[in-house]
Structures are given as structure tokens and as C-alpha cells.
Design a protein around this ligand. Structure first.
Ligand code: PEP
Length: 251
């Protein structure tokens, strides 16, 4: 019922030249993809990646956006600027942004609003740290991130929203959550959505898993009923590896 979405998060990797080499290799490898595929690339790569995927079904995403429309925010990029480049998705609230750049549930909320106002699709990251997990706080943290992050949005806004459950301890560590664990936690996230949304909407929101997903564990993770795709960091940087992951993202 929900089309899986496999999204790459290149983080601060790949120059335009490197992006071109990657895409020349990737495009033919995933021409038969059954899931939705998105590449979330650095701002500097957006135009070239968008140009190269023309004529394919591959979507393009940014990794951040500023919440203001315009103004004195040196170094920032607005939703309008992304829209002009025909960007489809924007990752919001990635744990690295929460950890290193002071992003909060409040800024996440404003950034989602900025995306929705320009018809950009946010991929909203939520997840607990190791400390929170060991302290038995996972559900409390997720509940707060969802309640505060999505505060004020209407049911129809959720047509555009994708959620990525990314346990912080699993990101870039090579230690993925077990498929059972990820499935149960994503099930909990959907349960929280049900508190705020009509069932017809909450059941349609796609919730990805992210955290050391790779070609070796994707099959098992994607066999879980609650997992609607993946947000892939390290394993998205090599075309062949990423293509293998895409092939397990069956509809
Ligand atoms: C990410 O950065 O969103 C991520 C999941 O990274 P990795 O796959 O490297 O753990």
C-alpha cells in the first residue's frame, strides 16, 4: 500500500565531477527499480545531479534548508532557491544537524513549514541517542520529536512528509538496529501518528529506517512490514552498492 522509498544521503561527500561519475554508473543499474529512489546531495551538486537524472524516475533532495523566506542569514539556502532547482525532497533534522549545528524540534518544525509552503517534500529524521536508549527513553524521545516537530500541521500536509527513523547510535557506526527492533520502533512511531491524525492519513505516511543500512542487511530490514524504505549514508556513496540496496526496495 505504501511505495517504499530508498534515499541516499551523501552528507558532505562528492564534488560535481564525482557526482557525474557516480550517476553514469548508477542510472543504468537501477533503471528497473520498483521503489522510489531519491538522491540527497550537497547543495553544490543539486543542479548537476538534477540535470543528469532528467528522463529517469530518480528524485533529487537537499540535506537542509533555512526556515526564513530570505534575508540576512549568511551561508544559508532558502526553500525558494531549492524550488528553483526543481528539488523534490529535503532532509530535515538529521541527527548530525541536531548534534553539530544546534538544530532543535522547534527549528525542525519551522523548516518543515518552509518546505511545505514551497511544495518541497521533507524527509524528517527522528531517533534516539545511545544514552537515551540505554536510559529507556526511546519512546519518550520519539514522541516528543514527533509532537513538537509536526506541531500545527494539517492532515493534508502529511501527503508530502516522509519520516526517517534513525537511531543515532546506528548512524555511520556499522551497527544497524535489528530488523525486529527497527520494525517495532517504526510501529511505535506510527502509533504516535495515529494519536494526531485520522487513520486514513497515518497509515499512508512512509517511515524509513536509517542507520548502517547496506546491501548485506537491506533484505531483512525491508522484509519487515513497518519499514517503508531506507535513508542510506555510507552505503550510498558507491553506485554498485547503492543499486543493490535499491533492488531490495520492492513495492
Ligand atoms: C544517515 O546519515 O542518514 C545514515 C543512515 O548514515 P549511515 O547509513 O552511514 O549509517
Amino acid at each position: 500500500m505504501r511505495t517504499p522509498i530508498i534515499a541516499a544521503n551523501w552528507k558532505m561527500n562528492k564534488t560535481q565531477k564525482e557526482a557525474k561519475v557516480f550517476l553514469k554508473e548508477l542510472i543504468p543499474l537501477i533503471s528497473d527499480a520498483e521503489c522510489e529512489v531519491a538522491l540527497c546531495v550537497p547543495f553544490t551538486g543539486l543542479a548537476v545531479v538534477k540535470r543528469m537524472v532528467k528522463g529517469t524516475k530518480i528524485k533529487v533532495g537537499a540535506q537542509n534548508v533555512h526556515f526564513a523566506e530570505k534575508g540576512a542569514y549568511t551561508g544559508e539556502i532558502s526553500a525558494d532557491m531549492l524550488k528553483e532547482l526543481k528539488v523534490d525532497y529535503v532532509i530535515i533534522g538529521h541527527s548530525e544537524r541536531r548534534q553539530y549545528f544546534g538544530e532543535t524540534d522547534e527549528s525542525v518544525n519551522k523548516k518543515i513549514a518552509a518546505c511545505l509552503a514551497k511544495k518541497l517534500r521533507p524527509i524528517v529524521c527522528v531517533g534516539e541517542t545511545l544514552e537515551e536508549r540505554e536510559g529507556g527513553l526511546t519512546e519518550k524521545v520519539l514522541e516528543r520529536q514527533i509532537r513538537e516537530g509536526f506541531r500545527g500541521f494539517k492532515s493534508k500536509d502529511f501527503d508530502k512528509i516522509v519520516i526517517a527513523y534513525e537511531p543515532v547510535w546506528a548512524i555511520g557506526t556499522g551497527k544497524n538496529a535489528t530488523s525486529e527492533d527497527a520494525n517495532a520502533t517504526i510501529g511505535y512511531i506510527r502509533q504516535v501518528l495515529r494519536k494526531y491524525l485520522p487513520k486514513s492519513i497515518s497509515e499512508k505516511v512512509r517511515i524509513q529506517y536509517g542507520g548502517s543500512m547496506n546491501s548485506g542487511n537491506v533484505k531483512e530490514l525491508m522484509s519487515m512490514p513497518e519499514i517503508d524504505g531506507g535513508l542510506i549514508g555510507s552505503a550510498s556513496l558507491k553506485a554498485e552498492e547503492f543499486a543493490k540496496i535499491v533492488h531490495y526496495g520492492r513495492a
